[in-house]
Design a protein around this ligand. Structure first.
Ligand code: ATP
Ligand code: MG
Length: 355
């Protein structure tokens, strides 16, 4: 089987490499400043764990390579402006938005979008970075340099957030995981819950939306779509042309993980519908030192990324899956004293989703 080169060497590349191992697929996550000669890219399929990259010797070489799957889709989705335009073109519901070009637009934005507006950098933001929440009067606090670099979005009073992770292959076949429920705090994903039996109406709506996007782009591999739930409907928040944090539960809760599914899709291997046999919970470890006590709980799967621990940095995650929700909830109870105070909300939220 062909090797796979992954542009980027963070945790997503690492987990793609881990998923390739049992399949006999050699996966090489590559730092952006690697010497092109040191990388077997000429004989590999190329993918990326990031959406946007600076120009380096390596990225210059790879960005012209024909084996770079979805090569021309990354620039389109990595910039919120063309991404939003794409959703509008396809007639898919998204938070109402405008391009932020000049400070004198603010009265117009407040009259069009209401009193709670989120400013988002077009490129480079993640985990809630590069965003400002603005109410009338607060717009003066924004740095002058962001005009032209951001969009504004209506603040959506959602009842919940979900994401759909799916994959498409070169023959146009698509498969999807059940919707994942996500809890974000300060713009960063803290906890996810996935249930084998989701609301069929929302699941269908989400699958139709993501299918039409992947079809339109002729996309190959795993894509994630983050949504807000408003009433009985979904609004698309954003798209990620890669494996996604809200799909990490699939490593231990699905017959095929999102990482393996991505490799299968880009290598043109079979992509049957993954089986999901039990509810799953994923807890992001954010700025927290490793605690071997987590391993005293038999349902806990620790995925530690081996990164230096810094505040607000994702350094690992815990996956739990069990067919009996009560047993999962009891494990979450046992985890409470083993995690710092800022995790308690997320653990209780997950328990409520399970009941
Ligand atoms: P990611 O790490 O997923 O790439 P991000 O930094 O790119 O995140 P978004 O997903 O756009 O940013 O926003 C992060 C979170 O902020 C969302 O999951 C949601 O909780 C909140 N948020 C974003 N946009 C809106 C909105 N228009 N209305 C209400 N809340 C929002
Ligand atoms: Mg997001």
């Amino acid at each position: 089987m062909k090797p796979v080169c992954v542009l980027g060497n963070g945790q997503l590349g690492r987990m793609l490499r881990q998923a390739g191992e049992p399949l006999g697929v050699a996966v090489y996550p590559i730092g952006l400043d690697a010497e092109p000669e040191s990388v077997p890219y000429q004989r590999s399929i190329i993918t990326a764990e990031i959406e946007r990259w600076p120009e380096t010797a390596l990225t210059r070489e790879l960005s012209h390579h024909n084996a770079f799957i979805n090569r021309d889709i990354f620039p389109l989705l990595a910039d919120r402006l063309p991404q939003k335009q794409l959703l509008d073109t396809l007639g898919l519901a998204t938070a109402p938005w405008k391009l932020l070009s000049a400070p004198d637009q603010w009265p117009y934005f407040f009259s069009e979008l209401g009193d709670f507006i989120i400013v988002k950098r077009r490129t480079g933001g993640y985990d809630g970075r590069g965003q400002w929440r603005i109410r009338p009067g607060k717009e003066a606090d924004l740095p002058a340099e962001i005009y032209g670099e951001c969009i504004v979005e209506q603040g959506i009073p959602f009842s919940g957030e979900v994401s759909l992770v799916g994959a498409r292959n070169s023959h146009g076949k698509s498969v999807f995981y059940p919707l994942t429920h996500n809890l974000h705090q300060e713009g960063i994903l803290r906890t996810s819950v996935a249930l084998p039996n989701t609301n069929p109406q929302l699941q269908r709506q989400a699958e139709e939306m993501l299918s039409s996007i992947m079809e339109h782009l002729n996309y190959i591999g795993v894509m994630a779509m983050e949504c807000f739930i408003v009433g009985d409907d979904l609004l698309i928040n954003e798209l990620a042309p890669r494996v996604h944090n809200s799909g990490h539960w699939t490593q231990n809760g699905a017959s095929i993980s999102q990482f393996e599914l991505h490799l299968r899709a880009i290598l043109d291997l079979p992509i049957p519908q993954p089986e999901i046999l039990s509810p799953s919970v994923m807890i992001n470890l954010i700025g927290t030192e490793i605690n071997p006590e987590w391993l005293s709980l038999p349902l806990v799967h620790l995925h530690w990324y081996g990164k230096e621990v810094r505040p607000m940095r994702k350094v690992g995650h815990l996956n739990l899956a069990h067919p009996e929700q009560d047993i999962l909830k009891a494990t979450l109870n046992s985890l409470m004293p083993l995690l710092p105070a800022e995790y308690q909300n997320g653990l209780e939220w997950a328990q409520n989703k399970l009941s």
